[in-house]
Design a protein around this ligand. Structure first.
Ligand code: PEP
Ligand code: MN
Length: 360
């Protein structure tokens, strides 16, 4: 589907010549910490200063945020630096306090988006506001829940909406803290092409070293902005220490990212090409991931065959697989020749693995 933007949004009205940047600490810790980071971000590309006041933590007893006092600190940020402010709200009381204290942008966290009751409560509390409200994807990879959250807010008359892609939880350990599942974000863009979509590489990666690459992928996929957790002393942050970057590092990331500003036809061509290439890279990575998993399962079969002293090559089984895959491949527009070549290569790799196990 063509991803053309037809409606003017709050983001277009800002007239930025770079992606929107929301930065600041995971959590407001002390007044000094909040103000110091804000001053260090003041003369950068940062548009909104974020700080979590109420922190959704996995287990009780962890740092659960400073609470309402933090809103006074955010007010001071605005007075002293001119930066607009942003914080997470998770219930009606949070919304009332944030609005009273003139926070400019409110976001709804991944643990709230999963709950239609909470989303409705927040939507009712925000009814008719002209503040910017961003909805993070739910922790689980459920597109309908994410869309539903946005729809509840839209129905409550909230027009300055947007979304934040922060990745999804998995039971399996991966190199990400929350796997990006980029295809889900692309589907989201296709459903709501006019809605500003921000990427949160901090919560996707969980590691500061990976933030640049995820940010670049997001920009190649036409995301409209980035939310990056920033702290002057990341290692000693009270929450999410491993993923925060210093203000200097943030500036460097923004400088090194390839950002497309031009809008001539050549630039349009390049933007489309980068977008498609980013999608191909994602799919290739998924292919490798699946191949790795397949070989692990195949190793398990090798172990069983070794125990039972069975031959590695089982021709009947292999011919069955091949026949089924040729049919399946045809229905996906893949030629028989390609399927044969691909599965022969996969099969050979499996046999090599199993031979090693059986003889090793
Ligand atoms: C956060 O932004 O600090 C946060 C808690 O994010 P998420 O809801 O994505 O976990
Ligand atoms: Mn965080």
């Amino acid at each position: 589907m063509e991803n053309s933007k037809e409606m003017r949004t709050w983001l277009d009205d800002m007239g930025l010549d770079h992606p929107l940047v929301i930065a600041g600490p995971c959590s407001a810790e002390t007044e000094e910490q909040v103000l110091r980071i804000a001053h260090e971000l003041k003369d950068t590309d940062v548009n909104y200063y974020r700080a979590g006041i109420w922190k959704p933590r996995t287990r009780p007893g962890m740092f659960e945020g400073v609470g309402a006092i933090g809103l006074k600190w955010l007010k001071k940020v605005k007075e002293e630096t001119g930066l607009k402010t942003a914080t997470e709200v998770a219930n009606r009381a949070h919304v009332d306090l944030a609005l009273e204290n003139d926070v400019d942008l409110l976001w709804i966290g991944a643990r709230s988006t999963v709950s239609p009751f909470i989303m409705q409560e927040i939507a009712d509390a925000l009814e008719g506001t002209d503040k910017i409200v961003l909805v993070k994807n739910p922790v689980n990879p459920d597109l309908a829940l994410w869309l539903g959250g946005i729809e509840r807010l839209y129905t409550a008359g909230i027009k300055n909406l947007g979304a934040i892609h922060r990745g999804f939880s998995t039971y399996e350990k991966t190199k990400y803290r929350n796997i990006p599942e980029w295809q889900l974000a692309i589907e989201f863009q296709n459903k709501f092409p006019d809605l500003p979509l921000i990427n949160d590489p901090s919560h996707i990666t969980g590691k500061r070293d990976m933030i640049f690459d995820v940010s670049q992928t997001a920009l190649d996929l036409n995301f409209d902005g980035l939310m990056i957790e920033t702290h002057f002393d990341p290692d000693n942050a009270w929450s999410d220490a491993a993923q925060q970057v210093t203000p200097a590092k943030l500036v460097q990331i923004m400088r090194d990212l390839k950002i497309r500003k031009e809008t001539n036809s050549e630039a349009d061509y390049n933007a489309k090409l980068s977008n498609l290439r980013a999608q191909i890279d994602i799919l290739d990575n998924q292919l490798l991931e699946a191949m790795g998993k397949r070989m692990k399962v195949s190793d398990g079969i090798g172990e069983l065959k070794k125990q039972k002293n069975v031959a590695v090559l089982q021709s009947n089984r292999w011919n069955q697989i091949l026949g089924a895959m040729i049919l399946e491949g045809e229905s996906k527009g893949l030629s028989e020749e390609f399927i044969l070549k691909m599965f022969k290569a996969i099969h050979q790799e499996s046999i090599n693995h199993q031979e090693k196990i059986v003889n090793g």
